[in-house]
Write a protein that binds this ligand. Sequence first.
Ligand SMILES: NC(=O)c1ccc[n+]([C@@H]2O[C@H](COP(=O)([O-])OP(=O)(O)OC[C@H]3O[C@@H](n4cnc5c(N)ncnc54)[C@H](O)[C@@H]3O)[C@@H](O)[C@H]2O)c1
Length: 344
Amino acid sequence: MCAVKADWKANQKLAAGKGATVQEFTASAGGARLEIDVAPWGEGHLKINGRQVAHVNDVKDRRQAFHELKKIADRYMEGQPVKPVLPAVKAKLLDGKKGLIVGIANENSIAWGCAKAFRAFGAELAVTYLNDKAKKYVQPLAEVLEASIVVPLDVNTPGQMEAVFERISEEWGKLDFVVHSIAFSPKDALHGRVVDVSREGFLTTMDVSCWTFIRMAHLAEPLMRKGGALFTMTYYGSQRVVKNYNIMGVAKAALEGAVRYLAAELGPKGIRVHAISPGPLATRAASGIPEFDALLAKAEAKAPARRLVSIDDVGVATAFLAHDAARLMTGETLYIDGGYHVID
Ligand SMILES: NC(=O)c1ccc[n+]([C@@H]2O[C@H](COP(=O)([O-])OP(=O)(O)OC[C@H]3O[C@@H](n4cnc5c(N)ncnc54)[C@H](O)[C@@H]3O)[C@@H](O)[C@H]2O)c1
């Protein structure tokens, strides 16, 4: 990235000056959208293209917080790497809880957004990586999370799912939550019409994207003796025909159905089950969907919030649902999409 100067502007809609609470500043530089928010007690966050990349919570006041975050933004604009950080959260609402996060491929993954939020709220994490090739991207993120269990998991490899849960059983003896954030469809199946899908393409899509969640619930059940929460990621293409989503829409419809049945079966044991339905996010999985940019543009223009969601938005909302305060919510498909799904 070339060195470009960011041109910071305050959000005029928010109160400024003494007594004002949070202030927001935005800038665009080199094609990137930069956002800084700062609070009077010396806490602040820097987001680049909607993703939080830095925070401060130990400086004197708002002015110093802005100064520190601006320095990090400048370094980013000069092309220097910015180490991933966890969001700054004071209340450790998930302290003492232990959970498994499946589906971190890189810093753009929805699973990474969830992992950051769960960890920031104080939970202890186990994370998986697909294979040796993926390990070099996942390992540094697992270190940021201080994950105590980091194990391989390719759901196509017989016995690997069982091995993950055995390791958790040996090490923790219990489990409070699971985030299942994986999906796969062979290119031929995903890119073709649903009416043409081969049996093999259909079965692979359903197997990885739906059955593995059912199996993880089965393996988690004996470890959730005091209750727990199971989450899987779905998409609006399960409810309406979304151009190019094709067979994955069918798999997500099955997944949402599975969530309701699992919620009914496991509810008496205090285990809650939810599908989380984020709006479109530019991740590696999304890059397999043709014309994804058009989907992003439509989501931003049509959603009541008029903005795209970030993996951090998905993460904190999911972490809230793992909290005991959400104990009477189960079986839901919860949309984190700026309200897109309510608009005609
Ligand atoms: N990106 C979006 O717009 C969007 C929107 C709604 C829902 N989702 C869903 O979110 C979930 C996560 O996807 P993402 O967008 O973060 O993309 P991603 O590419 O970052 O994550 C997909 C993950 O699936 C894993 N995976 C694929 N095959 C696997 C296998 N055989 N064994 C184990 N893991 C396997 C990959 O390793 C990767 O970690 C998926 O279920 C996806 O359908 C994505």
